[in-house]
Design a protein around this ligand. Structure first.
Ligand SMILES: O=C(O)CCC(=O)C(=O)O
Ligand SMILES: [Fe+2]
Length: 401
């Protein structure tokens, strides 16, 4: 990140004053970025990251990826034989797209070999099977493989090099949010927004996907009469005005067709539903009615938060602390070391300084949240107020950087 982009980005968030961008209708189409050489990190920050708008990067951006060379046949099909030799014995999670369980699909685990057999049968059966439509989802290939095994499967695009969630999990060495999805035509992902309002990016190694993307806030018009979000935004039941009273006022989603090799940027808070086309080429609101009758209501909120989102306030603080320490370390180093040790080429002093300014805002809102104030922070290795003070110090000394 350069100085000018950092200034622009900090000004942008100052003017938002904590509000989240969104509310408007989706743009008619997503921008298509054709040439890597003509598109800098600063261009991405200005054009898409800050305005929180989706875009599609051409296949030129992933041209060098080993997975695109080795996992795909010349005809554009997954190279089943290569993949079997490489990953046949690996146990993978598989969702059944035909069965709704709350707002997702039940998952089972099987060997990659068994999944490929199923996939071949499904194709031979004319894209149908008595076992239903199975979709290999959320496979943590990177977490579960050795560096040698992965070879050069993918290269982190510079646009996504400040990646707080994966950096957090990498620091803890227990999890990550790098997933592989593989499935036949007809497999799909139900309506959802990504975890913790994170933004994400997704590349087709082969095949095509259709994305239905809804800007933040637009999902409100898709809620049913109980306030729940739909499982499938294309289901005819949404036309029933008694069940979905606001659907008739909703705006159509942004539709994106993602071709082989292309990379889709899904901005923060955008709900989406995703289809594989072919092989070629908030807790408190829900339970607030119990609030008065339940003495340890706040504790229950934390338990439910943890079970629904995988994290509670204490862990969220820990997450911020890890990213904060990494960015403070970068700021404490001279310019030469920054480039030597940075996790990605985009992460220099300016990016670290910008991230510190964002951390100050997020940590301030956490510390002032009434539920966080009930958390016992006396045993934390670094008290939230101390961390905030350190970040503010760093922020003022980097203002002139
Ligand atoms: O490709 C899919 O089926 C879902 C992908 C998705 O939801 C994501 O990348 O955020
Ligand atoms: Fe998603």
């Amino acid at each position: 990140m350069d100085r000018e982009t950092r200034t622009l980005a900090e000004r942008h968030f100052r003017s938002l004053e904590g509000r989240v961008l969104g509310g408007g209708a989706a743009p008619a189409r997503a921008a298509f970025i054709a040439a890597p050489a003509a598109f800098s990190y600063a261009d991405f920050v200005r054009g898409f990251l800050l305005p929180n708008l989706p875009c599609v990067f051409s296949s030129a951006f992933t041209e060098g990826w080993g997975s695109r060379r080795r996992w795909v046949t010349p005809a554009g099909m997954p190279d089943f034989q290569y993949l079997l030799d490489k990953f046949g014995d690996v146990i993978v999670p598989v969702a059944n797209c035909g069965v709704q369980e709350y707002n997702s699909n039940p998952k089972e685990h099987m060997s990659f070999r068994d999944y490929i057999s199923y996939w071949k049968e499904y194709i031979q059966g004319g894209y149908s099977s008595p076992r239903g439509c199975l979709y290999l989802k959320d496979w943590h290939l990177c977490r579960e493989s050795t560096v040698e095994d992965l070879e050069d499967v993918f290269t982190l695009p510079v646009y996504f090099s400040s990646d707080w969630l994966n950096e957090f999990w990498d620091a803890l060495d227990v999890d990550d949010y790098r997933f592989v999805y593989a499935g036949p035509k007809g497999s799909w992902s139900p309506f959802h927004a990504d975890i913790f309002r994170s933004y994400s990016w997704s590349v087709n190694i082969c095949g095509r996907k259709k994305w239905l993307l809804f800007p933040p806030g637009q999902e409100e018009a898709l809620r049913d009469c109980h306030g729940s979000l739909p499982y499938d935004v294309t289901a005819p039941v949404l036309l029933d005005a008694r069940l979905y009273p606001r659907f008739q006022h909703s705006s159509p989603p942004l539709e994106v067709l993602q071709e082989a090799g292309e990379m889709v940027f899904v901005p923060s808070g955008w709900h989406h539903q995703v289809y594989n086309l072919q092989e070629l080429q908030a807790v408190q609101r829900e339970i607030s009615e119990w609030k008065d009758s339940m003495p340890d209501w706040h504790h229950h909120c934390q338990v439910i938060m943890k079970s629904c989102s995988g994290i509670n306030f204490e862990e969220f603080y820990h997450f911020l602390k890890i990213i904060a320490e990494k960015r403070l370390l970068v700021l404490g180093q001279g310019p030469e070391e920054v480039f030597k040790d940075s996790p990605g080429p985009g992460l220099g002093h300016q990016q670290a300084a910008f991230d510190v300014s964002r951390l100050v805002e997020v940590l301030t809102s956490l510390i002032t949240h009434p539920d966080f104030q009930r958390v016992d922070t006396s045993t934390f290795s670094l008290r939230p107020e101390e961390l905030l003070a350190q970040l503010k110090d760093a922020m003022s000394s980097t203002a002139a950087l």
